[in-house]
Ligand binder design. Structure first.
Ligand SMILES: [Cu+2]
Length: 238
């Protein structure tokens, strides 16, 4: 039987879909500020790969890291009020890298926890969230891809000085219409904050940030981003 062009395009589409399932992920490569990005992996807890966490009770939901000893990772000094830039990639840090598969659309959320808690107990507060931008018709992930993997987050001033974990997270919603199939892509950065003026954000346990059935986690993308409710606690904004 002779194969037509459309046979081949169907095969190519299937292969692309399989590759997407196997590898279409993301992880954090760099952290820095507008003055420049630090070398790859510096100040970032060791990553166990670019695949997602799906189980909200999985301890890996903290940092996707098996290197949870705080001493394994250097601590980035930062003045409160600074915009910290985090940068994700899919396969590598070339300009050709797509950051995350275009299919993996969803919100970006950033949390902090005191380093001494190591993320356990009621330790997490949210400092940033971006879901769907109605004006631009883009998800946060689309905007991060447009920015070649970068997202800028202001470190609050109304917190205590000290050492923290910064936890940027992408949630990919492409399968989230099915229970337990939202994909969580967290990473952890270690920070030392000075110049803060004090404050006491309400803190949450990692396993209480989200519920598997809340509308921002169990979500059918066909309903459109405009109706999307970003999951988790409110952003700390004293
Ligand atoms: Cu993926």
């Amino acid at each position: 039987m002779r194969h037509t062009l459309s046979d081949y395009s169907i095969v190519l589409a299937l292969v692309a879909m399989l590759l997407d399932v196997v590898t279409a992920h993301t992880k954090l490569y760099f952290v820095g500020t507008k003055d420049g990005m630090h070398p790859r992996r510096k100040f970032i807890r060791p990553s166990m790969g670019n695949g997602p966490i799906r189980d909200l009770n999985d301890p890996l939901l903290l940092c996707r890291s098996l290197g949870m000893d705080p001493k394994r990772t250097e601590i980035m000094p930062v003045v409160a009020g600074t915009e910290v830039i985090v940068e994700w990639h899919h396969f590598n840090d070339t300009k050709a890298d797509n950051v995350i598969s275009p299919s993996h659309q969803g919100p970006c959320l950033v949390y902090m926890a005191p380093l001494e808690s190591n993320g356990l107990g009621n330790s997490w507060f949210k400092i940033y969230e971006q879901g769907f931008n109605v004006e631009r018709n883009m998800w946060c992930t689309d905007i991060v891809r447009e920015n070649h993997g970068k997202l800028s987050v202001k470190i609050p001033t109304k917190i205590s000085n000290g050492e923290y974990i910064l936890r940027p997270e992408i949630i990919a919603l492409h399968n989230a219409r099915r229970l337990g199939e939202a994909q969580f892509y967290p990473s952890c950065v270690q920070l030392s904050v000075t110049g803060a003026t004090g404050g006491s954000p309400k803190m949450y346990s990692i396993d209480k940030l989200y519920s598997p059935t809340e509308p921002g986690i169990l979500f059918d993308k066909k309903n459109g981003g405009a109706s999307y409710v970003i999951p988790g606690p409110p952003v700390y904004s004293p």
